[in-house]
Design a binder for this molecule. Structure first.
Ligand SMILES: *[C@@H]1O[C@H](CO)[C@@H](O)[C@H](O)[C@H]1NC(C)=O
Ligand SMILES: *[C@@H]1O[C@H](CO)[C@@H](O)[C@H](O)[C@H]1NC(C)=O
Ligand SMILES: *[C@@H]1O[C@H](CO)[C@@H](O)[C@H](O)[C@H]1NC(C)=O
Ligand SMILES: *[C@@H]1O[C@H](CO)[C@@H](O)[C@H](O)[C@H]1NC(C)=O
Ligand SMILES: *[C@@H]1O[C@H](CO)[C@@H](O)[C@H](O)[C@H]1NC(C)=O
Ligand SMILES: *[C@@H]1O[C@H](CO)[C@@H](O)[C@H](O)[C@H]1NC(C)=O
Ligand SMILES: *[C@@H]1O[C@H](CO)[C@@H](O)[C@H](O)[C@H]1NC(C)=O
Length: 315
């Protein structure tokens, strides 16, 4: 009897492991992540109407995802169908108006679809970088609260908040990297606009939606939000550029190439791709999937005319 009792906890453990496996959907080990294309400016117009810097693609690929570019030319019905074929979406950096541009329109559609899917219990993650981060503040607050800051070419350590170490984004990072993040300039900033801490905390829509995971201060002592994650949605945003550290080399930009900066890009990508593995949307068949993937848009070299070493022309 005593022997049986002693074995009870073990038996319970076995049963509960079995139970979990029965009722947790298996992870999707072939995740596909959509990346919004950016309208070409002066430099890239000679190649096509829209582009995606290859560094975003490589960063996602490094962590085990494939990329489907999101054209600027589709109809709302086509974007909706594409959304339901992918496992996550990335809003990249670039130059566009956060209120009056194709980028703003398409971001709004994908943001709304992301909220709707998650509200229905479908885990659909969104990662926003730089301009994508700024766009999220507009989409969540319903207004443009951005302030001009002197942050267009500098790398900085992150100033952690009380929530950083417990956040979903950072909690599984190795200790040495969390330490380096706070002491070494691993985060590259290339933006002219920021959401200040003051405007963020004064806006209920933002403060109730996102947890602030890091801030930074510009040369004028303006403190701005540099990393955030949504409380109730798998939505993650960085005002800085992790993807440049391993993949962009233009010396006219202050890009951190420390080993830890490269690790940072990978750990964030790994985190995000794991979020995408929890989603099981898929294309209707492999022909449709193949047509959608980035391999149909081979990268071209642009390192001698722009800050991107390679870009994919999408439209
Ligand atoms: C997204 O949702 C908001 C709030 O419901 C709505 O005002 C906006 O028009 C929607 N935008 C798009 C592009 O669907
Ligand atoms: C902007 O910041 C840079 C350093 O990143 C500094 O050299 C420059 O003086 C600053 N400009 C202003 C107007 O503060
Ligand atoms: C920031 O402003 C500078 C100077 O006007 C400009 O060269 C740069 O392209 C801007 N950066 C972004 C990301 O808009
Ligand atoms: C950016 O910063 C780097 C390193 O501080 C500097 O060498 C470069 O000239 C700067 N570029 C611009 C466009 O200000
Ligand atoms: C794949 O799906 C598309 C769209 O649903 C359909 O038009 C096409 O016939 C399908 N192809 C195959 C080989 O099943
Ligand atoms: C940049 O490099 C490409 C590819 O090597 C080359 O075709 C092009 O002429 C170069 N452009 C300039 C302005 O050097
Ligand atoms: C680096 O970026 C600048 C600014 O976008 C661009 O003018 C230059 O051609 C790029 N390449 C090199 C090698 O400086």
């Amino acid at each position: 009897m005593a022997a049986l009792l002693l074995h009870m906890p073990e038996m319970l453990l076995c049963v509960s492991l079995y139970w979990d496996q029965l009722f947790t959907a298996p992870l999707n080990q072939r995740p596909i992540i959509g990346v919004l294309a950016m309208e070409s400016g002066e430099t890239f117009a000679q190649f096509g109407k829209s582009y995606i810097p290859a560094s975003y693609v490589k960063t996602l690929e490094s962590a085990g995802a494939r990329v489907a570019p999101i054209s600027i030319k589709l109809s709302e019905a086509e974007y909706t169908q594409l959304f339901h074929s992918m496992n996550g979406v990335l809003f990249p950096g670039g130059v566009a108006s956060v209120q009056n541009s194709r980028f703003a329109e398409i971001s709004a559609m994908f943001y709304n679809l992301t909220l709707k899917a998650n509200d229905k219990g479908v885990h659909f993650p969104l990662w926003a970088i730089c301009l994508g981060f700024e766009e999220l503040t507009v989409l969540t607050s319903g207004e443009n609260l951005l302030t001009e800051t002197n942050t267009s070419n500098l790398s900085l350590p992150l100033k952690f908040t009380k929530d950083t170490l417990r956040s979903r984004m950072f909690k599984n990072f190795p200790k040495h990297l969390l330490q380096a993040l706070q002491t070494k300039p691993l985060a590259g900033h290339y933006h002219n606009w920021s959401i200040t801490l003051k405007k963020f905390t004064n806006n209920k829509n933002l403060a109730n939606f996102y947890k602030i995971l890091s801030t930074n201060t510009d040369s004028q002592q303006v403190e701005f939000v540099s990393t955030m994650e949504a409380f109730r949605y798998p939505i993650y945003a960085v005002q800085w550029h992790p993807e440049r550290s391993p993949y962009e080399w233009n010396v006219t930009l202050d890009i951190p190439h420390f080993s830890e900066a490269v690790q940072l890009a990978w750990y964030l990508a790994d985190f995000f791709v794991n979020e995408a593995r929890k989603n099981s949307y898929h294309f209707s068949n492999t022909t449709e999937e193949e047509k959608a993937l980035i391999y149909n848009y081979p990268p071209i070299y642009t390192g001698n005319i722009s800050k991107y070493d390679q870009i994919h022309i999408i439209d």
